[in-house]
Design a protein around this ligand. Structure first.
Ligand SMILES: Cc1cc2nc3c(=O)[nH]c(=O)nc-3n(C[C@H](O)[C@H](O)[C@H](O)COP(=O)(O)OP(=O)(O)OC[C@H]3O[C@@H](n4cnc5c(N)ncnc54)[C@H](O)[C@@H]3O)c2cc1C
Length: 440
């Protein structure tokens, strides 16, 4: 019998287990509640270990609801309960010193995600949390008594020593089937991104069986694949500042600027990852989607034209290739000139009005021929999940099943690049862990 069973020991699950155990210790509960975390993968924290390029961007200097996609009010409340300062203090208490990068991202001083995983696991062990790896949960059955309408009654199967055992948590381990009885269950099985780490969307069926719905899910923070033969392959490894505008059926649905990385398959980097959800969702809805790039963020085609005119006036003998190389990396300058059907060797003085305008449009609204996203194996998060309306945002308690709590990426909320997704995992884990121990 577990007092709290945590299903999935990723970021949110480890946080939930720690905060549940700390809450119990704080309340000096006697006997100390038994907290068991069941993790399907053999290794704890596989995703944390590869996060942030192996450095784990644990949170951001400033976090607000604007950094997330999802229902604004619950997100705002969750973040207010456990904000970036709370995350920083928490990591300090775990012995993980953090450093801030210019972008506001916070990383462990060690530059190693291993520091984060080790600290979380050590804290679990110190608090007596049982971490069971290789334990894949296959079903969570509510054993609470139900009334004639099938609605769980106020009290579940009776148990003399405390709250009722409301759940049978069935799991497989070492090829054998086991059942853990639990008074409360916190489901933190994540989404569908990077299935090889264990987050394969299996958790959705577990909570559906307990009355929850799950929205459509799509890869987010995902690189985009461009049409073969486009100039991206020749630029692999190059990054530049750019602005991306996503249009669905001709209407602008997103615009943002940042760093874009060219790769052998297409485009990636923080800017593309952040923009990707808009392209992916619009495409999934059947819209005609366009992605336009400007290498002169904030400038219109007319302003770019005026800028080219001024540059050509100042340096009439410079080649267009050299002129543009002052604005963007040299190879990108050449690629953009070719896209505008202009020879990079052309002296600036020979730039005619029509050609100049065509080039200005290439610089500010070049259509990137996106074929598809790169899929779940390369997506950092999942767009979609269990609607936030189905949980109480003060406690992460399910509004569908008593004694059930949800935290982390399984919920319909995802943040932009920068540590926001981990912040969501810690914050929801904090709320769920504490509330689970306190709940009757
Ligand atoms: C490559 C990559 C880099 C990233 N970098 C960052 C970053 O630097 N900063 C940031 O903020 N975010 C980053 N993210 C996103 C971040 O990792 C996730 O948002 C976060 O891990 C979600 O936490 P979670 O605990 O909800 O889910 P997960 O971390 O996905 O954990 C879910 C856990 O549940 C287990 N599980 C699933 N089903 C079952 C089951 N049936 N039984 C038992 N266990 C189960 C899984 O094995 C897994 O361990 C990155 C993601 C990826 C893929």
């Amino acid at each position: 019998m577990a007092d709290v069973a945590v299903v999935g020991a990723g970021a949110a699950g480890l946080a939930a287990a720690i905060f549940a155990a700390e809450e119990a210790a704080h309340a000096a509960a006697d006997p100390a509640p038994r907290i068991v975390a069941l993790e399907g993968a053999r290794q704890i924290g596989a995703k944390i270990l590869i996060s942030g390029g192996g450095r784990c961007n644990v949170t951001h200097e400033q976090v607000s609801a604007d950094d997330f996609n999802g229902a604004r009010n619950p997100i705002r409340n969750v973040l207010a309960a456990f904000d970036a300062d709370a995350a920083k203090e928490w990591f300090a208490s775990l012995g993980v010193a953090l450093k801030r990068e210019d972008t506001g991202k916070l990383f462990p001083v060690s530059d190693s995600a291993r520091t984060v995983v080790d600290a979380l696991v050590a804290r679990c062990r110190a608090l007596g949390v049982e971490l069971r790896t290789g334990a894949r949960v296959t079903a969570i059955r509510s054993t609470a008594a139900r009334n004639a309408d099938g609605v769980p009654a106020a009290s579940g199967a009776s148990d003399a020593d405390g709250p009722p055992a409301r759940f049978d948590v069935a799991y497989e381990r070492d090829g054998r089937a086991h059942v853990l009885r639990a008074r409360r269950v916190i489901v933190t099985t994540g989404g569908r991104s990077l299935p090889r780490t264990g987050s394969d969307g299996g958790g959705y069926a577990l909570v559906r069986a307990l009355g929850h719905t799950v929205t459509e899910t799509h890869p987010a923070l995902v690189p985009l694949v461009l049409r073969r033969g486009f100039f991206h392959a020749g630029l692999r490894g190059i990054s530049n500042e750019a602005e991306l505008t996503t249009l669905a059926n001709g209407k602008r649905i997103d615009r943002r600027s940042g760093s874009l990385l060219w790769t052998h398959f297409g485009v990636s980097g923080p800017l593309v990852l952040d923009a990707s959800r808009h392209w992916v969702l619009a495409r999934a809805h059947g819209d005609t989607v366009e992605l336009r790039m400007s290498v002169l963020p904030g400038e219109s085609a007319e302003q770019a034209d005026a800028r080219l005119q001024a540059l050509a006036r100042d340096r009439p003998r410079a080649s267009l290739g050299r002129l543009l190389a002052g604005l963007v990396p040299e190879r990108l300058a050449e690629a953009l000139l070719h896209a505008a059907e202009v020879d990079p060797a052309t002296p600036a003085a020979q730039l005619g009005r029509d050609t100049r305008r065509r080039l200005a449009r290439c610089l500010t609204e070049l259509a990137l021929p996106v074929e598809r996203d790169r899929g779940w194996d390369f997506a950092e998060v999942t767009a979609g999940g269990v609607p936030l309306a189905e949980v109480d945002f003060r406690t992460m308690a399910s509004r569908r099943t008593d004694g059930l709590f949800l935290a982390g990426e399984i919920l319909d909320c995802e943040g932009r690049i920068g540590g926001f997704n981990f912040q969501w995992a810690w914050a929801t884990g904090f709320l769920a862990g504490r509330a689970a121990v306190r709940s009757p």
